[in-house]
Every structure is written in C-alpha cells, then in structure tokens.
Design a protein around this ligand. Sequence first.
Ligand SMILES: Cc1cc2nc3c(=O)[nH]c(=O)nc-3n(C[C@H](O)[C@H](O)[C@H](O)COP(=O)(O)OP(=O)(O)OC[C@H]3O[C@@H](n4cnc5c(N)ncnc54)[C@H](O)[C@@H]3O)c2cc1C
Length: 391
Amino acid sequence: MVYDVVVIGAGPAGCAAALTLAKAGLSAGLFDKAVFPRDKTCGDALIPDAFQALKKLGLLQRVIGSSYPTHGMRLFSCDGSEVLIRAHGACMPRPKLDELLLNSAIEAGARFLPGHDFAGMLDEDEKIYRVEFDAGGEIVSARARWVLLATGAHPAPIARAGLLLRAECSSFAVRQYVRNERLAKGFNELVFAFDTAVKGGYGWVFPGPDAVFNIGIGFFGSAHKHNNPRRHYERFIAKFPLARELMRDGEMVGPLKGAPLRTGLSGTRFADGGLLGIGECIGSTFPLTGEGIGKAMETGILAAEAIIANHDLSRAAAAQAYTRSIDALQPKFEAYRKAEFLFNWPYLSNKLVTHTSKNEHTRSKVEGLVNETVDPTFLSTLSGWRRILFH
Ligand SMILES: Cc1cc2nc3c(=O)[nH]c(=O)nc-3n(C[C@H](O)[C@H](O)[C@H](O)COP(=O)(O)OP(=O)(O)OC[C@H]3O[C@@H](n4cnc5c(N)ncnc54)[C@H](O)[C@@H]3O)c2cc1C
C-alpha cells in the first residue's frame, strides 16, 4: 500500500498528525503496535497547552465534554505552604483520550492499522520509503513519501529509525489509581507537591471521573537514575497529608505502574530527509513538570503542517520548516530544564510557593507561564529567578 504519509505510533502526537494530514486531503496510514483502546502510563492531566492543541484540531469541546474539569493547580511546598494557580485543565484517563483522538483521525480519513510493530525502514530511491512492520509474526510493509515517527519515550524504535542520539531517558514516573468517593466531592484542582520524600522530583494528586484519583511521583534530571520509585512513592503516600487521607479510606484500582519520559527536546534528531520525529520520541515532554500530551499534539500538528505546505517541494524543505518550528519551542524547554534545580533546594521551592501566594505580581507571572501567555525566557537567568523569588 502506498500513502502520502506513514505515521508510526497512534498516541496524541501520531493521531494529531494523522488527523491534520487527513483533513488536508493527504492519505495517512496510522500504524501502532498496540490494539486500541490501550493504556498508557500517565497522570492523565490536560493543561492549557493541550487545550490549545485540541482547539486547533477542532476537538476541544468533545474532550471537555468527556473529561473531568479542573479549575486550578494547587502547589504545595515541603514546609506545607500552598498556593492556587488559576488555570483551566481537565483529566481524562488515557485509554479514553487516546481512543477519542484515534477515532477523530479515522473519521477524518486516516487508515488505522493496529498490531503493527515497527521493524525498520528503507529509503528506496530518495523519493519513497518502505516501512516494515511485524504484524503478529509476519513482516508487512507500507510505502510513503513521508514518515512520521511517533513511538513515544522508548529508545528502541527511535534507534531503528536512525534518529536516536541518546538512549537514556531524562525522567521516570510512576502512578496509581485510587477511588475515594468521600474526597472526590467538589475536588477540582490538580495538586502538585514538592516533598522531601521525592527529592529530585515531585508528587501529584489529580482527580478523575468516577471518583478515581491518579496519584504519582516523578524524578527529573539525573535524580531518576539514583532512585527506587516504588520506595519513594510509598514514602510520599505515607507522608503527604492529602495522599495519606486518600489512601486511608480509598480503594486501589489497579497496580502501581511506571514509565520513562524523554524531555527537553533532546536526545533525538528531529528530522532526516522525509522522516520527521514527533511527540515524546523527540523529547517534547516538558522538563520540570513532565506534562507532554499538549506538546506531543502540537509537534504532530507542526510536522503535518510542514508536510502539507511543502508537499510539492523537496523533503529538505519540509524538514527545514519543521525543524525551525521545533527550534522556536526551545526557549521554553530550556527555561523549564534549568528550573529543575528547584527540586533539589527545598528552601527555594518553599520560597517560590510562599512568595507566589503573597505577591499578586508573581502569581500572575506564574499563571502566565502555565497558560503560555508569558515569555518564559526570563527563567533562564539568575536575575529572572531573583525577581520571581524575592521581589
Ligand atoms: C507516569 C507518567 C505520568 C505522566 N503524566 C502526564 C500528565 O498528567 N499530563 C501530560 O500532559 N503528560 C503526562 N505524561 C507524559 C505523557 O504521557 C507523554 O508526554 C505523552 O504520552 C506523549 O505522547 P506521544 O504520542 O508522543 O507518545 P505515546 O503516548 O507514548 O504514544 C506512542 C504510541 O506509539 C506506539 N508504539 C510504540 N512503539 C511502537 C512500535 N515499535 N511500533 C508501532 N507503534 C509503537 C505505542 O503503542 C503508543 O500508542 C506522563 C508520563 C508518565 C510516564
């Protein structure tokens, strides 16, 4: 079968790309090794950048209609101080979100092929790629002028596509579901906790549909290499008051699950000829927060737009256009990466939370960062941090 574009991986990045391509009239084959609905270990929170991407895809109202709404992010520091950051968000378990995205791509005209494990690819004549998949023990192939790799954080398929620069992931996180009818009443905030039980990272408690909370911890930077996530998770739920209360009279729904994250737009080449990497496989997940659904969709849209705009031109033109648009995201990622120092300095994270709670100017700056209405580059300088922590 010959397509305009083969998309490998049907997570948020792959579905956003396939949907955009199909809407523009290009033929898109969307392949995934899994059969859907499939789970993806995640915190399930949609933050403002995800809303922006969903709006662009024409799916915002559908997602809002099927998700659990949140009206703010409550940050807790190690000393128990707290502040509410005003930002609309939502939580939607990933099997449901990803199925909605996938169905929308199929409705737009993309062809979905589940149970296809990416095995390798060959550039046949610098015009057409042959992409091979293992489909239940049988090797099948598809041809396309363009290939989008959207296989997420695991390094093996990225290496197989020839885009991998660094195999090691940048972060690691674990999560568990707990049902608690009592605490779920009126609970409409995403809770983020700096806690000494999670040195080098943070803990979260996110509400969800059917009174089921998503509780987890994540380690960032070099911290994830030195940590036993299960042990730290157990310490976090024993120590952080909200998590402790949720667990006390809550009912566990499924086991603790963990997964690596690739953050910071690093460790993978963005493009090679007509092959473009999108989503977490190029590190599109934010450092510092580990939020990545929004930017995965955004990079999928950007790659699709680069192909649509340059379809009649060379592969190099599309690759350059896409690389430029990803480079434009770099300052924000760089600022978030630098801000990871907060995880190792409880005094400074305490200071950030208390100062933000008392100072309206700082609070609106932090809200602007979360809502992507404030340029984050000031966080790359010492004077920028001094302003946000002390003025
Ligand atoms: C514990 C945890 C909590 C998180 N919490 C949040 C959160 O609350 N909010 C948020 O925004 N982000 C969160 N993230 C990050 C978020 O999960 C990712 O940023 C997001 O899933 C990236 O989307 P993607 O489409 O790039 O990749 P994925 O969602 O990983 O999708 C990749 C797809 O590729 C398929 N695939 C993989 N290998 C192959 C292969 N060889 N052949 C064919 N198909 C393949 C997979 O089956 C999958 O369907 C969290 C991550 C973790 C680990």
